[in-house]
Design a protein around this ligand. Structure first.
Ligand code: NI
Length: 139
């Protein structure tokens, strides 16, 4: 059984490489390379898998899942600059792909402590663009 909790965060970022000129950054990363930052309203879907506990009827307690997502992910990202302020994104390109991988790494153990397994991390950066990550085999 799969079960999903949705959370939201708003954050600023810039997609760029220091070894590129501003012109090349604009060519490769488009508007997301704006040197003066910009923000997105991200939608995050955390899906876990597990067996239905016959005692509770739950795969996982969604309140507890929401609590760990907030503690390990949302509090660190929401209203922050992803490039400058988010510990688990330091030294990484702030792409939605890399954010999804980093969120997986943040949540894998805490989800396990709730006796379930992480299945996927899905992030909508815009209405039309989203990524979905299923663990290291997809890096
Ligand atoms: Ni952007």
């Amino acid at each position: 059984m799969h079960i999903t909790r949705k959370e939201r965060f708003n954050a600023a970022h810039r997609l760029y490489r220091k070894d590129y000129t501003d012109e090349k950054n604009l060519k490769v990363f488009g508007k997301c390379s704006n040197p003066n930052w910009h923000g997105h309203n991200y939608d995050l879907y955390v899906t876990v898998k597990g067996k239905v506990n016959p005692e509770t009827g739950f795969v996982i307690n969604l309140k507890q899942l929401s609590k760990i997502i907030k503690e390990f992910v949302i509090q660190k990202l929401d209203h922050k600059n992803i490039n400058l302020e988010v510990d688990f994104m330091q030294g990484k390109l702030a792409s939605t792909e890399n954010i999804a991988i980093a969120i997986w790494e943040q949540l894998e153990e805490p989800v396990r402590s709730l006796h379930a397994e992480l299945f996927s991390i899905k992030i909508y950066e815009t209405e039309n663009n989203f990524v979905e990550y299923f663990g290291e085999q997809y890096i």
